[in-house]
Structure formats: structure tokens, C-alpha cells
Design a protein around this ligand. Structure first.
Ligand code: NOJ
Length: 580
């Protein structure tokens, strides 16, 4: 490993394939569409793309229910299209990271079908977590776990095999565990066949040239043996309502570790995977630069940060998402705390810190930051819900992004945030597709609002998403003015801000710098110096207070997330980058 390996400071752009670019006009994005638009990302200035799943899938959870890990769903194209996408990205200097979903498969995966057919006690069932029910005639679920999406985490199958997807106790058979939708049965990671299968899947894609994997639910694969009841809520996707950060909860008051999350046993899985990835680019090879490293990034919703750091120890994954940063309230003290804690956690194991503000599972930060400070992060916003202040949200989102992109480490962007897209918050409920909405008994609206197809051309049908007017989710009217063609070259646009941020970040190697806090500012200001190895200093000031603040004397403004006051001070909710 070297200090300069690409992933230590890369900016990685998440493409949600259903919603980025539709090549064939069926209203759902696809690989052809992505490939055609890749030059846009080169020009934006990112280093890599992460693609959410495109594998064959019944799409019960938008592709996070995989029926075949070694192919492409016809909805998105073919394996040959994936090869073309990879080759094109590489020609453009972009790395490609795939999404690996190892905690569960689809109920249409051939292993699950075989498990249903084979019956209790069979080797086929032993690849998943089947159990007999409790109570008279086994008609109660094996334990009390709930699904992350709502409802029970167990579904009973018919004694003859197939499931009808219900928990009807009269179906007579065993139960299987699914931490997510009933159509996403959890694998049994104690089974060597499961381990061997995924190691082979890694090799399949590494041989095709992919640069790494984002590992879905990386903290969930191994369950505590015995599958004991768990009476506390099943927090994931950071939905712990208002709970204090784990760092601040005295150890004695912390409840025991949830039996389905962050078990010790997950780490040996990632050590084995790291060995496989390293074999594609041996660290001890002559001329090793880190430029060709294949990487693993953990989606692990665990706390505190010290637990996240365990996933990125030297012989495990390369990166883990920093969801604490994503969830931090728009308060200067909270931001300083999370930045300090995150950098220290990474340093403790020699790993880079990552930063992220939006992804396909959360309300976009342009909307989130338009809600009153202190609001618990909503699970989707719909008609009748308190609506974000769009102007305030965008202003804060631009300041937040400018802060994020100035920090040392690697940063993740979610498609459309470079346009300042808000969530769609006026989507009719009957078009929603996230299983969270029905499974929560129509309480949690879910994630569709962040997944709406991208606007490329403001005056085209589907805003240029594809050649037809079809879009799998409706686009809000506000997206026309935010389309790429409206913002490209437009001074002050959010797209131009992102392009400038990424160019200056690269030029000044901010991702590879080190941070020290600047003294002399009020509590409401986040101010620091990012120092590069050659000692070039970049100063960053984010003002969250009501009064404009002066920039340090002798500095020159490199760029700013919004206009400064006429006398050159930094107004509220604005970030400025400066040089000495
Ligand atoms: C996390 C993914 O990001 C989310 O979209 C998905 O629903 C769950 N994991 C289950 O795979």
C-alpha cells in the first residue's frame, strides 16, 4: 500500500442505472445510456463511478435482489454492454466499481428455488437461513426480528416448497430469514459453499476488469449464532430517530450489539476477499504505484466510527462509507466533531476517511438541509409532509459539498447532486416502487424521491433522460430548469460549481492533504487549513452563523459556494476556499 494509491483521495460518482440515462427509450436507464454519457463524468472531473446493481433481478428492491451474480438484466443490457461500458470508462480515465450484494439473493436465484424444492434439512436449504417455527405446529416465526423495510423478518414457506410471500401460519412449512424484503432471502454465511460462490463472483468481475466493489450491507452477513430475539428496533440506513451518536453514549448504557449486525465473523470474509483483490495487483510487485488497485468499500451502518474503522484495517476493505458525516446536522460544532472523529478513526488503522452527503437510500442533501435544523432525517417526503425550503436547502447543500470536497480523503457523489437536484416530494403515492412503502404499512414513504430519472435537456420529453417521454418514476417540473444543458456554462450554476470544486481539488491535491483547525472564529464557523505534502496551504471557511465573517488577511478567494458580501465577507451558509 502506498500513501498515493488512487482510492485514498478519489472522488467517486454513484450512478443509479435505472435513473441516469435511458438508451433505448423504455423509461428505465441502461448500460448503453450510461456508456454514451460517460464523457460528461470525465468533464465533471471525477475519478471513478460506482454502479448500483444491474444484474438479472425481478427488481423487488430495484436490483438489490440479485437472481444471477454473473450477468446483466435485459432491462439494462447485456454482458457485452457491460464490457463496452468498462472499456469506455477506462479509455476516459474513469475507474468502475460494481455493487456486490452478498447478504441476500433474490427469491428467484436458482439456489433459493432449489432450497424450496429440496425441503427441510437439505444441503440446498443450508445455503439460506431456514428454521422451524415456534409455537404450536411451528406457526410462529423462529424469532421476533423485524425487516429493515418493516414487517416481520421471516416468511413461512409451504410444506411442499414454494412461498406465497406471506407469513400466513397455515402454510405448514419452515420459515426463512430476510432482513429486507420477503423476496430477499438472507444467505447462510456459515456455509462454505456461500463463501466459495462469492469468491468466484469476485473473480468473474475482476477478470472482466472492474476496479472494485461496493459491498452492500457489509455488516450483516454473519448473524450471532442462536438467532436470539432482539427487542430493540432494527436500525439501518441511519434511521435511529434522534438517538445520540454512539460515541456520546456512556459504554455502560449501550445496549448489546444487535445479533444481526456487525458481528466479529464478518471480518474474516473481507480478509479473504482482500487477498483475492490484491492478487490482481500485488502490492509487492515491482513498480507498484497503487494506480491499479482493485478496491472494496463497505456499506456498514455501524457506530461508533471506531467500529467502522475495523472494516478498513490493513488487510480488509479499502474504504467504508462515512454515514455519520451524511447524518450530521447543519451545526458547525457537529460538523467539526464528525470531521475530527472520522479522520482519527481512519488514521487509527491507516485508512483514508470517506465523505458522503447523498445516495439512493436517503433524501437528497439539497432537500434534507432545507428542513429545520434538528429534524430527524425523514424516510422519504411526500404530499402532506412538511416540505423542505428549496432555496435554503440548495444554498446549504452547495456549502456542504464545498466543505466536503475540501476535506482530506475520498468523497462520494450521488448522481444529480451536481445539478442541485432536490428530492421529488410531490410524487403521487400510487407510483412509488420502494418496498418500504407497503411493508411499513404506508407509514414510511421510502426512497423513490431520491431515485427520479436525471434531467439532461430541459426542453426535451423526459428532460432528455431517454429518447422517449417515458420515465419509470415521474420527474418533478422543477427538474427542467435544473437540467444539465441549462446549467452547463451558466455562471453560478450548481453544475459549474461542482466542476470548479473538482478541478481545484485535483489541482491542489486536497484529497491527499492534512487538516488543522483555524483558531479565531466563532462557534458558528467551520474553518481549517488543508496542507499538502509540499506545504501548500488551502484555507476553508464555512459560515453557519447569521453574521458574515471576514476571510483571513492575506488570502485570496479560490472559489465560493455562493456570492460573498460586497465587502468580501462570507455570508451565512456559504463555504469559501482560499489560498495564501
Ligand atoms: C442497501 C442498499 O443501498 C439499499 O438500496 C438496499 O435496499 C439494501 N441495502 C438491501 O440490499
Amino acid at each position: 500500500m502506498t500513501g498515493s494509491a488512487w482510492w485514498r483521495h478519489a472522488v467517486i460518482y454513484q450512478i443509479y442505472p435505472r435513473s441516469w440515462a435511458d438508451g433505448d427509450g423504455d423509461g428505465i436507464g441502461d448500460l448503453l445510456g450510461i456508456t454514451a454519457r460517460l464523457p460528461y463524468l470525465r468533464d465533471l472531473g471525477v475519478d471513478a463511478v460506482w454502479l448500483s446493481p444491474f444484474y438479472p433481478s425481478p427488481q423487488a428492491d430495484a436490483g438489490y435482489d440479485v437472481a444471477d451474480y454473473r450477468d446483466v438484466d435485459p432491462l439494462f443490457g447485456t454482458l457485452a454492454d457491460a464490457d463496452t461500458l468498462l472499456a469506455t470508462a477506462h479509455e476516459l480515465g474513469l475507474k468502475v466499481i460494481l455493487d456486490l450484494v452478498p447478504n441476500h439473493s433474490s427469491d428467484e436465484h436458482e439456489w433459493f428455488r432449489a432450497a424450496l424444492d429440496a425441503g427441510p434439512g437439505s444441503p440446498e436449504r443450508a445455503r439460506y437461513l431456514f428454521r422451524d417455527g415456534r409455537g404450536h405446529a411451528g406457526d410462529l416465526p423462529p424469532n421476533n426480528w423485524k425487516s429493515v423495510f418493516g414487517g416481520p423478518a421471516w416468511t413461512r414457506v409451504r410444506s411442499t416448497g414454494s412461498t406465497d410471500g406471506s407469513t400466513d401460519s397455515s402454510t405448514g412449512g419452515q420459515w426463512y430469514l430476510h432482513l429486507f424484503d420477503a423476496r430477499q432471502p438472507d444467505f447462510n454465511w456459515d456455509n462454505p459453499q456461500v463463501r466459495a460462490e462469492f469468491e468466484d463472483v469476485l473473480r468473474f468481475w475482476l477478470d472482466r476488469g472492474v476496479d472494485g466493489f461496493r459491498v452492500d450491507v457489509a455488516h450483516g452477513l454473519v448473524k450471532e449464532s442462536g438467532l436470539a430475539d432482539w427487542d430493540e428496533p432494527l436500525y439501518l440506513l441511519g434511521d435511529d430517530p434522534g438517538a445520540p451518536p454512539a460515541e456520546k453514549v456512556p459504554h455502560a448504557h449501550r445496549s448489546r450489539r444487535a445479533p444481526m449486525w456487525d458481528q466479529k465473523g464478518v471480518h474474516e470474509i473481507y480478509r479473504a476477499w482482500r487477498r483475492i483483490l490484491s492478487s490482481y495487483n500485488p502490492v509487492d510487485a515491482d513498480g507498484y504505484s497503487g494506480d491499479n488497485d482493485r478496491i472494496l468499500v463497505a456499506e456498514a451502518w455501524v457506530a461508533p466510527q471506531a467500529r467502522v474503522a475495523r472494516y478498513v484495517r490493513d488487510d480488509e476493505m479499502h474504504q467504508a462509507f462515512n454515514f455519520d458525516f451524511l447524518q450530521t446536522q447543519w451545526r458547525a460544532g457537529d460538523l467539526r466533531d464528525v470531521i475530527t472523529t472520522s479522520l482519527a478513526a481512519g488514521d487509527s488503522v491507516g485508512a483514508p476517511t470517506t465523505w458522503v452527503l447523498s445516495n439512493h437510500d436517503v433524501v437528497r442533501h439539497a432537500s434534507r438541509l432545507g428542513l429545520p435544523v434538528g429534524t430527524t432525517r425523514p424516510h422519504g417526503i411526500g404530499i402532506g409532509d412538511p416540505q423542505p425550503d428549496a432555496v435554503l436547502g440548495l444554498r446549504r447543500a452547495r456549502a456542504a459539498t464545498a466543505l466536503m470536497l475540501s476535506l482530506p480523503g475520498s468523497a462520494y457523489l450521488y448522481q444529480g447532486e451536481e445539478l442541485g437536484l432536490p428530492d421529488s416530494t410531490d410524487m403521487p403515492d400510487d407510483v412509488r416502487q420502494d418496498p418500504t412503502w407497503p411493508r411499513s404499512g404506508h407509514v414510511e414513504r421510502g426512497r423513490d424521491g431520491a431515485r427520479v430519472p436525471m434531467p439532461w435537456q430541459g426542453d426535451q420529453p423526459s428532460y432528455g433522460f431517454g429518447p422517449s417521454e417515458k420515465t419509470w418514476l415521474p420527474q418533478p417540473a422543477s427538474y427542467a430548469a435544473l437540467a444539465v444543458d441549462r446549467q452547463l456554462g451558466a455562471p453560478g450554476s450548481t453544475l459549474e460549481l461542482y466542476r470548479a470544486l473538482l478541478a481545484v481539488r485535483r489541482e491542489r491535491a486536497l484529497g491527499a492533504g492534512s487538516l488543522s483547525w483555524l483558531a479565531g472564529y466563532s462557534e458558528d464557523v467551520v474553518a481549517f487549513v488543508n496542507t499538502k505534502a509540499n506545504s501548500e496551504r488551502s484555507l476553508v471557511v464555512t459560515n453557519l452563523g447569521a453574521e458574515p465573517v471576514a476571510v483571513p488577511t492575506g488570502t485570496t478567494v479560490l472559489l465560493s459556494s455562493g456570492p460573498l458580501t460586497p465587502d468580501g465577507r462570507v455570508p451565512t451558509d456559504t463555504t469559501v476556499w482560499l489560498t495564501e
